[in-house]
Design a protein. Sequence first.
Lengths: 361, 337
Amino acid sequence: MSRKHLIVAACLSALTAGPLAAESRLDTADAALLQQGLITTADDFVLPGYRDYAEAATEMTEALDAYCSGTGPIAPVHAAFEDSFLAWQRISIIQIGPVMAEEGPMRLQLWPDPKGFARRAVQMAVRAQDRGLLAEGGLQGRSIALVNLTALEDLLYHDLAPGTYECDLAGAIGAYQADLAGSFVAAWTPGAAFRAEYDTAIDGNARYASVDDLIRELLAGAVVHADRLRKFKIQRGLGQAPGEAHPERTEAVDSGLGLASIQAGFRALADLYKLPYGFFDMTTELSGTSEYHMLGKTAGSIADALALEPRSLVEIVAEDGAMAAELRSFGELTLYHETYLKTGLPQSIGLTTGFTSADGD
Amino acid sequence: MGLGVVCCRGALGQPAEQAVYVGVETSAESGLSRASFFSASGARLGQAPLDFRAHGMAGHGRRLAVFPRRPGDRFALVDTETLEILSIVTAPADRHFFGHGAFTRDGRYLLVTENDLETLQGGIGVYETTGAFRRIGQIALPGPGPHEIARQPDRDIFHVALGGLETHPAYGRTPLNLHDFRSQIVMLDFARGDLTPLGYWPGTEGISLRHLAMDDQRRLYIGGQIKSRDRAMGEAVLWLVEGDRVQKLDPEAALGGYVSSVAAHGGRAVVSSKETGVALCLDGPRAIGVRRMEGAGAVALGPGLSAASGFTLLDLNGRRIETLPRHEFDNHGMAVG
């Protein structure tokens, strides 16, 4: 046999072996139990979260319409931006489904933005005075740098004047966000195509061939959320030790929402964990670790403590005192969440997640 | 003794059998990878532990370069006989690696795909491997997001999959120009220094071309990923270039809009898709074999070697090998020896 024949034979021998079905590592009853927990999580956490964001973004658009046409004040615009921004911080813990399509969550918030892409995109649009961007649907398919909350904040908190292109552009971005949030609500509503796939993660389901796939995505999103809390929302501005603080690197400097964003991040973790009959609650039925209970209580306590803080994040970071040290320690606590989400929980219920080679390149 | 920890089945520096395949196994706990070496009989010969998550590899003689998953900034050089890590090479401050590289035919130079963090345009870092391993220059590419670079089997003509996506580590792995990116293949004649873009092919809209390999008949197999479903036309993500002829392939076995890796040897190629768990064997445009395994990622062909791995199983010449505990096989593997 020639060398070429050997190669072909080797290729075929491996490739014609029997199929290995993508099946759950959980038994049927356990998989069904966790699926039910995931459905409850969708109904009682995900869907209300997207609804809050959609409603706030719609209110913002209406307030901007009034302000830009000279018939309303700026205060309701800022209030609705605050509601929208914080609603997103909460629901951004969910990184499953339509939010991950196309450019993913950065369509909603491009931050950190050390290269200043959002500001540059706004400046370019304002210079060009492109009316096409202002038309209904005009921002669809445009750069994420232009359509997200960071760009919107840049417009809303820099002397936005009624009757200007800038004001109309802010309205267009608000409308884009409201439409996006509305599409998420639609997709997560029971009976919708995506939701049907989410609710039935079994072999034959094109998107989720097993409940394992769904769990992997849920946990991976929560890990990213915890990681962002520590690395970006806290450490980026505070540094890792006293003397390393940079107030200008904190989140939402212009709107002053940095601390509220951290609070919303911890609250989201706490609420996701402690949701009655939700996914995490159900894992204990499979002898899963109950660590989530303590982690949720701690995250909730941190959120409560931050709610009482009268100073802004920029002020805390500039002062770099006791509260800054406490925030750094809060950030370190998220490492426990990451360990639980990456390996502690999955291994306790017989899954291999944490790292998953599914996130290919 | 170099930097690495050696873990051999035989005596240090003397594996009991010759390695024919190297794969990447990544830990669930740490997210760090090991380059794991296997014999033709499927025996584990040892592993080189890395301090990063690994992606692609390139080999020449005893040298194996293991590249980081983007946006990693370090790659390792491993001795495939002793499994010793000879050195860790760090990217220049304004650059990171994209996960792949290729040696010149004589092994004197190593070409590595990179991201220029100022311009977000792609580049190729050029390293000289004789004597002290050192960076001697860089080649600018006509677009962002280069991924795999592959050499023709018989000469120093390289093809680079220029994925087209602008990314910056500060923004995670999110593409910043998804709305209007275009992807193409670029050919590099290394000796002449000529860079020839092959142009934007119809049907590549919304698709980032990522992985490629050329067989001994100079047929170039290219796999892409659908990155913008709004712009992509259909699910086909496989192309074949033979001379001046470019064909879009749409095999019966679905690839789910995603090709994990491509390998070629002799007159054959194998492409895989984690999305659908398919490993597809091709002879030019013709599919000649298909198998399914959960999370089909790494594929490799070599003299007397056919390997494909999924999340937890490596199929090496028909032998099934489990991954290390709490590890998964990562995207790429390659024939060695």
